[in-house]
Design a binder for this molecule. Structure first.
Ligand SMILES: *Cc1c(COP(=O)(O)O)cnc(C)c1O
Length: 432
């Protein structure tokens, strides 16, 4: 008799033989288990019926990691804070895009993903190194909330090399705060500065070997991922997302995701998620799943538009400087990092208008097609003023040092026709 393949074996075969976009809309879901429905139903149920008491016992033992078995065991569905079909489908599908990862966990927001991961892996008395600038919410977490819990946090400049990171790890260890995590956002928001992921991993490994202490490297890949940068292939232990951005892509859902090895994601991050309760709703997981079908299409269209817009901005007399990874020149150390780790430059552009806040605000107030809003990665082109909006809670001196001044405008390019985006900017620049 031919042995029937398990769902896991079928999935592994599909992944080997197909590209992500070819299987993302069917992967990890069997229509025959849901009345033949082509699209997975939304399982709003908070709790699930066990077929027997024995199965209930077995499932809890797996979910709470009470079994010693090395074989990966799959528990029955229990309760939506622990597991739910809509969450599991979108998690399986996310791993298709994130090459080099085995497992994913989705969250109720990007900040839920970041804070749950940190609280799962770092203890009081230990330290975290983080690149700066980072997303405003992450900055607040590192600057204010984690120190209150006895976790030491140390910022280093985005773009720092392996030696600088290694030096800081040794310094923290000597100061009696053993490092547990290096957190890097690359490209950095909103300056687009790149930090070398491979070098950071080498620094972490060198430190870990010498001190016999595991230190994890976590990359916030929101700006380029999951299409244009694969941090796990470059050495990241964990890849983090605000899924609100490109993954959700329609400005209609707030969510987060973490990807990595099964051991880290299933055994550590998901256990913390269950207890902190930072799961997304089944409906939000459904929205993310729906969005993944068009992820490549959207991000490719956004990329093409952004290349045109960045080139156009470069030629405008009203523009002092454009920050876009696609404009980096050979000989610039940032270009060498770009070539090592980015597949494409993405669709986030920051530029400086000539003048100051008055000139920047005049442009922002004159836009019509482009909407004045924070957030990014949506099908709609959005513009914002980092110094007074997303990065307004940074110390003003620090903000200026990072290059986030009153002249800077950040654009997230959408899927409109690029000539219409450019025409809107041209009209806004012409306002006097
Ligand atoms: C938006 C964002 C976050 C936070 O995500 P939320 O979904 O808003 O909680 C974290 N990192 C980066 C780079 C972001 O852009």
């Amino acid at each position: 008799m031919v042995k029937k393949k398990t769902a896991r074996e079928v999935n592994a075969e599909l992944r080997r033989s197909h590209r992500p976009e070819s299987i993302v809309s069917t992967y990890g879901y069997d229509p025959q288990r849901s009345e033949g429905s082509l699209i997975p139903p939304i399982f709003l149920s908070s709790t699930f019926v066990f077929p027997s008491a024995e199965e209930g016992e077995r499932s809890f033992r797996i979910a709470y990691h009470l079994t010693r078995s090395r074989k990966p065991a799959i528990p029955s569905l229990i309760y939506t804070r622990l597991n739910n079909p809509n969450l599991e489908i979108v998690e399986d599908r996310l791993t298709l895009f994130e090459t080099g990862t085995e497992a994913a966990a989705v969250f109720s927001s990007g900040m839920a993903a970041i804070s749950t991961t940190i609280l799962a892996l770092v203890r009081a008395g230990e330290s975290i190194l983080y690149s700066s600038p980072v997303y405003g919410g992450s900055d607040y977490l590192f600057e204010h909330l984690l120190p209150r819990m006895g976790i030491h946090t140390v910022a280093f400049a985005a773009g720092a090399g392996g030696d600088a990171i290694r030096g800081l790890l040794e310094r923290e260890a000597k100061a009696g705060h053993p490092p547990a995590l290096v957190f890097i956002e690359t490209p950095a928001n909103p300056t687009c500065t790149l930090t070398d992921i491979g070098e950071a991993r080498s620094a972490v490994d060198a430190f870990s070997r010498r001190n016999r202490k595991p230190v994890y490297l976590a990359i916030d890949n929101t700006f380029l991922g999951p299409m244009w940068q694969h941090p796990a292939e470059l050495g990241a232990h964990l890849v983090l997302y605000s899924a609100t951005k490109f993954i959700g892509g329609h400005s209609d859902v707030v969510a987060g995701a973490v990807l990595g090895s099964r051991a880290l994601v299933e055994d550590q991050v998901k256990v913390a998620r269950t207890i902190f309760g930072t799961v997304p709703s089944p409906f939000d997981a459904y929205l993310l799943m729906r969005s993944l079908d068009t992820l490549k299409m959207r991000m490719t269209a956004q990329l093409k538009n952004a290349r045109h817009v960045a080139q156009w901005l470069l030629r405008q007399p009203q523009v002092a400087e454009v920050r876009y990874p696609g404009l980096l020149k050979d000989g610039d150390p940032q270009k060498a990092i770009y070539d090592r780790q980015c597949l494409e430059p993405g669709s986030m552009i920051s530029f400086y208008v000539k003048g100051g806040k008055k000139e920047a605000f005049r442009v922002l107030n004159s836009l019509k097609l482009i909407k004045l809003a924070v957030s990014l990665g949506s099908t709609k082109t959005l513009a914002e003023h980092p110094a007074t909006m997303t990065h307004s809670d940074l110390d003003p001196k620090e903000r200026r040092r990072l290059g986030i001044d009153d002249r800077m405008i950040r654009l997230s390019i959408g899927t409109e026709h690029y000539q219409d985006i450019i025409a809107d900017l041209r009209e806004a620049f012409a306002q006097r």
